[in-house]
Design a protein around this ligand. Structure first.
Ligand SMILES: C[S@@+](CC[C@H](N)C(=O)[O-])C[C@H]1O[C@@H](n2cnc3c(N)ncnc32)[C@H](O)[C@@H]1O
Length: 359
């Protein structure tokens, strides 16, 4: 599959910000750990600037709360005269324009609250080096590390490899997920200062299998509907894949254990939490299955459709727009047939670099 297997950036033009309510709800669950990390991380002695990073920032809306809280806590600890840098990391194709507009205009932006904090960006994959060695005091990553660096092979029978009937396909994706998580951690091990901390939240499995199967299956069925309607070629649909993996606790813990553990890092805390379905109460109150399904498909449209669209043989702006809108409508219609609360788990991790007097 070569580099065609790499995922695309989120849908641009502010679409991710507008559709990130589910993510925002889950991010809040990890904020207590994040606040504690900001309060406990050793501060570099005599540092000119203290650096925070946000790995997988997208267009910034869901970064405002965690970055704002960390800036406030660190400001309290550092006093008024130490500059802080916040580096928002994402892939080169990310909509960095919307990210910086969000930081400039949003009333909750840390830029509006702390004049000695500076927003920077790095357009580079977090599966490799992004920041200078030993420069990072505190890192955050939400809803990002379940994306793989690439799809290692085609998945003709589903858009999600974990739902493929082919065991070899499932194994290839599990192996890619293991390598990518290790590369993510090795890169952060080099960037963190002694005692520096990293807080990661992402989807996880407690044995129930991949997250959001009903929505992803509705999207797969929507693709079949488009093939049947003649607006999508069968070869295009079969080439479409979402390179994400829902790891379990063992997979997340693996690079911290045994003789080939990633050097210099410790997993200080690992919690699996049951995620609430933030949309279900509205469905219970109103009984509108279509509105319920529209919100869930909207949640994945901004994140997943751009990667599916990479496989459109003829990818003009008009065809892409039509593909997004038609697929959204078909997937909503499919999902609305069987409303049920969306069960999902999240992993919350606190990772520390050795040294710096950290516990
Ligand atoms: C679902 S969004 C999460 C945005 C935000 N952190 C949140 O909590 O809502 C995932 C982001 O991770 C980014 N991402 C995925 N793989 C990446 C990689 N290898 N390097 C950098 N960013 C990546 C995507 O481009 C996307 O912007």
């Amino acid at each position: 599959m070569s580099d065609l297997g790499a995922p695309a950036a989120m849908e641009g033009q502010g679409a991710y910000n507008r559709n990130a309510r589910v993510q925002a709800h889950a991010v809040r669950g990890a904020l207590a750990l994040w606040d504690a990390a900001a309060g406990a991380v050793p501060l570099p002695a005599g540092a000119g600037t203290v650096t925070l990073a946000d790995f997988g920032a997208a267009t910034g809306q869901n970064s405002l709360e965690p970055m704002g809280r960390a800036v406030a806590i660190l400001r309290q600890r550092l006093g008024p005269s130490v500059p802080l840098s916040v580096v928002h990391v994402d892939v080169p194709g990310n909509d960095f324009t919307t990210l910086f507009e969000t930081l400039r205009t949003h009333p909750q932006s840390y830029l509006a609250r702390d004049p000695l904090t500076f927003a920077l960006a790095a357009g580079r994959s977090f599966f490799g080096p992004v920041l200078p060695p030993d420069s990072l005091t505190l890192g955050w990553s939400s809803w990002a590390v379940h994306w793989l660096s690439r799809a290692p092979c085609p998945v003709p029978d589903h858009i999600l490899a974990e739902l493929s009937a082919d065991a070899a396909v499932r194994a290839a994706f599990a192996e890619q997920a293991a390598q990518d998580w290790r590369h993510f951690l090795e890169s952060r091990a080099a960037e963190l200062q002694a005692g520096g901390r990293l807080v990661v939240m992402t989807i996880a499995s407690q044995g129930e299998g991949p997250a959001y199967v009903p929505v992803l299956t509705a999207i797969r069925d929507g693709l079949e509907d488009l093939v049947a309607a003649g607006t999508l070629a069968r070869a295009e649909a079969e080439a479409m894949v979402v390179p994400t993996v829902t790891r379990n606790a063992t997979a997340y813990a693996a690079p911290f254990c045994g003789a080939d553990a990633v050097a210099g890092l410790r997993l200080l805390e690992f919690t699996l939490v049951a995620g609430e379905d933030p949309i279900w109460p509205e469905y219970e109150a109103r009984g509108d299955a279509f509105a319920w399904a529209a919100q869930w498909v909207g949640f994945l449209r901004a994140a997943v459709f751009p990667t599916l669209a990479l496989r459109l043989a003829e990818d003009t702006p008009a065809r892409r727009r039509g593909f997004f809108d038609q697929l959204e409508q078909r997937a909503i219609a499919r999902l609305a047939r069987s409303p049920a609360p969306m069960a999902v788990h999240f992993a919350h991790m606190v990772i520390a670099k050795d040294g710096g007097g950290a516990p």
